[in-house]
Design a protein around this ligand. Structure first.
Ligand code: ATP
Length: 269
């Protein structure tokens, strides 16, 4: 990863096939695969403005940013909103302006704004900036979003909808808002398969019953937690000096407490 100012340059190697579930999002992205080509422009199509992904940590939002960049073969730039704030008066606005014009210079590209709400709320609560600076930075960004003519596709991600500036959610700011939920049974099966495949393992070695059982006992797991369980199971098999079995994965899943279960207990206590 290279850095330039407040931007980080990624070279992702994951594609849309590496995402389990998130069907609606993948469909949308697939349909617009050729949106940034010259053919599309000649045809008279406008380039997509951007999308907002809202949902729990570990459900694949960052993965989606990487996957769209490789699927569309566009450079990926990540902007950390939290780091935009600071310095002398006016510096924060200058920072965001500089980042946006770097992105424009590199267009067509994907501009990934990770945890967009953190920058907004964090800057205020840490006392590093006043509310005025936050709203000026936001204003600069939103105006740019609406007026930009360069093909910069914004993919903003957020965990906490309540901290999001309502202006961002208003119609017309982004093309689409996607809610990224915990994976359902089919999605979990997909995600387990993907992470086995990544480690040169094949879920065909498991019987259907074994696979259904794994899906069943991992209810409430995020994609990231499922990946962790696969990694843990691989370690177990390696330690035993034999090939991975469904039992290893079952043990690893049973030894994991997913965040969603912890949250439920906190809420109920
Ligand atoms: P955060 O808000 O914490 O950044 P996130 O939603 O962006 O979370 P990711 O960083 O994309 O989540 O997830 C971490 C890792 O978990 C991914 O790199 C991927 O390997 C795995 N993962 C998460 N969700 C999925 C999914 N739907 N399909 C396949 N893998 C997934």
């Amino acid at each position: 990863i290279k850095k330039r100012g407040h931007l980080e340059f990624y070279q992702p190697d994951q594609g849309l096939n590496d995402i389990g579930g998130l069907g609606r999002l993948k469909d949308w992205l697939e349909r617009r695969e050729r949106a940034f080509t010259e053919d599309a422009r000649d045809f008279g199509l406008e380039s997509p403005r951007g999308i907002l992904l809202l949902g729990l940590p570990g459900t694949g939002k960052s993965l989606a940013a990487k996957a769209v960049s490789s699927a569309w073969q566009l450079p990926l730039l990540r902007l950390d909103m939290g780091r935009v704030f600071g310095g002398i008066v006016g510096q924060s606005e200058e920072n965001i302006r500089a980042a946006l014009s770097t992105a424009e210079a590199l267009a067509p590209c994907v501009l990934w704004i990770d945890e967009i709400e953190k920058g907004m709320a964090g800057a205020q609560s840490s006392g590093s900036t006043d509310g005025g600076t936050t709203s000026r930075v936001l204003g600069t960004f939103l105006t740019w979003m609406q007026e930009k003519t360069k093909p910069v596709f914004v993919l903003a991600t957020a965990n906490n909808i309540s901290q999001l500036p309502p202006e961002l959610l208003r119609k017309g700011r982004v093309d689409e808002i996607f809610f990224v939920d915990l994976p359902d049974a089919d999605d979990r099966k997909d995600i387990i398969r993907i992470h086995l495949r990544k480690r040169r393992r094949n879920s065909d070695h498991f019987t259907n019953e074994e696979l259904e059982n794994l899906v069943d006992i991992s209810r409430g797991f995020t994609g990231a937690e499922l990946e962790e369980a696969v990694k843990e199971a691989m370690f177990r098999a390696f330690d035993y000096g034999r090939e991975l079995t469904a039992d290893d994965l079952e043990d690893a899943i049973n030894d994991t407490t997913p965040l969603s279960h912890t949250m439920r207990e906190v809420i109920q206590s």
